[in-house]
Design a protein around this ligand. Structure first.
Ligand code: CA
Length: 700
């Protein structure tokens, strides 16, 4: 392992030596010029093709990290979630913000070089589950590639930001969105999409980097057999489905992780949950439902299927396997094995042979209620008797949010540990009672469970529950022994992505509004800074003119702010979308936190009966709360409806039923909500606004 690390370091360092030689060749004045030192870049999403996110840079280490300080910051132009891993190429930091906007910044000074706004149609907000976030751009041959929330893949000139090509990768009439970072595989740009909560069929596509011409497309779940299958893999997969699944889309979207393995010439694709989640509705007679919740290996030239490993057969809990896939060569039982590692939502850490797809080992890295273990003979999980009890009382762990979600892990070959941002987020599932929730629909959230059971209690009780039940912590996991090496004391379930360095440090945002550095071996916190907002994205590190920098994009939002709004709200973390760059001795201070709380005029009186208000509460939590927050606790990204002014109340039905604000992402709910129910929701909003009004604000 040590040797492998050395090879990586030498590969990256060879440029340093070459640059130094060139400098002396030029003769020069004999004055040592630090500018001649070759810069160490961060050229692709996971740094190297194995996506270990382990940097060989050692200037910042355990002894001096306490001297780390901000050197520059850049405020993005939006106030939604930020999830991007930046890239650093040729002294330029390329980072994407919400609405798929791209910022090219001078990596030393933070000065804006260019900005690209793909002008995403804002009505697409209602086509996605989890905010208009973007997890990063790709770089290849002088071009930057960004995938947009409305389903396009755009190639930009890396120097100027000019559009080279712009192609639509999805059907705009369906609920496809893209939040993931494209990957580069053998000169092709590969991209998936999202939308499995809203009735789509997942796939991944590859485009020629030069022209934007589509090279191939691989569907992850079968379509209607009557239309014929695209390939043998789909014919095989269809045998594991029952009923008329295609009417529901099927799901299986590839919304985040993909890794290209140049050694084996394979592309590993992480496949998501079923659409709808509830398998009894989606595939009523059961079946494994391939390739949901699987890692699938395909050929990067053709998209041809090679192997798959399914982490969660008969998926029904939103247990995606879209989480970070990492490649490594590990010595297991005296043998060097080429593996992929993944800690998907379902709570088990998988080590899989990446030549064959065979399971090597799997152990739970978090508390799991749905399965006792994974049987290594069959490669399948052994479910508990209460795994599929959806009575609204049975607590399921991990929740649909997962024990680990999209925030990337990192690996340190020296410690042999994988650093995983983990979460505990208990959930209760309830079978739907309304006929309309059991019918396929395209375009609106429908997962086949009734979310009314997850309405949170009053905030005072909530705080106590949060402390106890909703937690998160950074976990250092030994993938060979399959056990925890250390785990931080549980805090709030924030779980930002991680970065590992040869300085034996782990960097992570999270812990409410802090960004911190930990000792890779012991987990001791060595440095922390309040960055005023939630830091969810993974940091990177690079070196320019011999000086090492740590960079991260911050800004709370995303799925945790939308779906987990109640919890998010209790963190009291605002969204400040910003790029932060640190170095040893950095002295820049952040500006004061802006006061964005607007005073509220006295809410109008409730004119309906208590019964109507109660009905409004039920309908609100069934159809509105996944964006507007359980109990209106929105996590700061969508409007808190209790602050709705007179104008909004006057236009209520036009907004809810006619969709006049669809341009801002609030589409018509007339298919789900009657005129009476719309009014009941309004009365519930007024009732809650009045109940907690102190003359100026809503008091929690
Ligand atoms: Ca999902």
């Amino acid at each position: 392992m040590k040797n492998k690390w050395l090879v990586r370091f030498l590969m990256i360092s060879v440029g340093v030596l070459l640059a130094a030689c060139n400098e002396s060749d030029r003769g020069g004045s004999g004055v040592k010029n630090l500018a001649s030192v070759e810069d160490v870049e961060w050229k692709s999403h996971g740094l190297t093709t194995d996506e270990q996110r382990f940097s060989p840079l050692v200037q910042i280490d355990r002894n001096n990290v306490s001297e780390l300080g901000l050197t520059w910051s850049f405020d993005m132009y939006t106030r939604r979630g930020v999830e991007a891993t930046p890239l650093m190429i040729n002294r330029t930091l390329y980072v994407s913000g919400s609405w798929s906007m791209v910022y090219a910044l001078d990596a030393v000074s933070g000065e804006l070089k260019w900005f690209f706004d793909p002008k995403v149609d804002r009505s697409f907000l209602s086509k996605g589950c989890c905010d208009a976030v973007n997890r990063g751009v790709a770089f290849h041959d002088g071009k930057i590639f960004v995938a947009t929330y409305d389903g396009r893949l755009v190639a930009l000139d890396a120097d100027s930001g000019d559009v080279v090509w712009d192609v639509q990768t999805t059907d705009r009439d369906q609920s496809y969105t893209i939040t993931g970072a494209p990957r580069v595989a053998k000169g092709k740009i590969v991209i998936g999409n999202g939308g499995a909560e809203l009735g789509v069929r997942g796939y991944v596509s590859a485009y020629e980097a030069d022209t934007g011409e589509m090279a191939w497309r691989f569907y992850t779940v079968p379509g209607n057999p009557a239309d014929g299958f695209e390939n043998e893999a789909m014919r095989m997969a269809a045998k594991t489905w029952t009923g008329k699944w295609w009417q529901w889309g099927g799901g299986g979207t590839v919304w985040d992780s993909m890794v290209y393995d140049p050694e084996l010439e394979l592309l590993y694709v992480g496949v998501g949950n079923g659409s709808p989640w509830n398998q009894k509705i989606r595939s009523p007679e059961g079946g494994d439902n391939l390739f949901l919740s699987s890692i699938v290996a395909v050929r990067p030239d053709t998209g041809e299927y090679v192997w798959h490993y399914q982490t969660t057969p008969s998926e029904t809990w939103d247990y995606t396997s879209t989480q970070h896939i990492m490649l490594a060569d590990l010595e297991i039982d005296g043998q060097e094995r080429k593996v992929v590692m993944q800690a998907p939502k379902n709570g088990f850490f998988y080590v899989i042979d990446r030549v064959t797809g065979e399971l090597i080992s799997a152990e739970n890295y978090a508390h799991v209620t749905w399965a006792t273990h994974v049987d290594l003979e069959t490669g399948r999980p052994v479910e508990t008797p209460n795994a599929r009890v959806f009575d609204g009382k049975n607590v399921t762990l991990p929740s649909n949010a997962g024990a680990h979600n999209w925030p990337p892990m990192s690996y340190n070959p020296d410690t042999g540990l994988v650093y995983i941002p983990t979460m505990v987020f208990p959930v209760r599932f309830l079978e739907p009672t309304e006929e309309k929730d059991m019918k396929p629909n395209q375009g609106l959230w429908n997962v086949g469970f009734d979310r009314i059971v997850n309405v949170p209690p009053a905030i005072a009780q909530l705080d106590a529950i949060l402390e106890k039940e909703y937690t998160g912590s950074l976990l250092a996991w030994d993938p060979i022994a399959q056990k925890a090496h250390w785990q931080l004391k549980p805090g709030r379930p924030t779980g930002g992505g991680t970065l590992s360095t040869a300085g034996q440090l782990v960097f992570q945002g999270g812990k409410t509004s802090h960004f911190s550095a930990y000792d890779a071996q012991s987990g001791d916190e060595l440095w922390t800074l309040d960055v005023q907002t939630g830091a969810m994205a993974a940091p990177i590190t690079y070196s320019i003119d011999g000086e090492q920098y740590i960079a991260t994009a911050v800004g709370f939002g995303g799925g945790m702010a939308a779906e987990g709004g109640a919890v998010a709200h209790a963190w009291k973390v605002p969204n400040i979308s910003r790029v932060l760059v640190f170095k040893l001795g950095g002295v820049k201070q952040l500006p004061p936190v802006p006061d964005r709380e607007k005073p509220l005029p006295k809410p109008a009186v409730v004119s309906a009966s208590a019964d109507v208000v109660e009905q409004g509460k039920v309908v609100f939590h069934r159809h509105c709360a996944y964006c507007h927050g359980d109990g209106f606790r929105t996590g700061g990204v969508t409007p808190d409806l209790r602050y709705s002014g007179e104008v909004i109340h006057k236009m209520w039905d036009q907004i809810v039923l006619d969709g006049i604000l669809s341009g801002a992402g609030m589409v018509s709910f007339s298919e789900f909500v009657t005129k009476d129910e719309s009014e009941a929701i309004r009365q519930y909003v007024l009732s809650e606004a009045n109940r907690l009004y102190d003359g100026k604000h809503i008091v929690q």
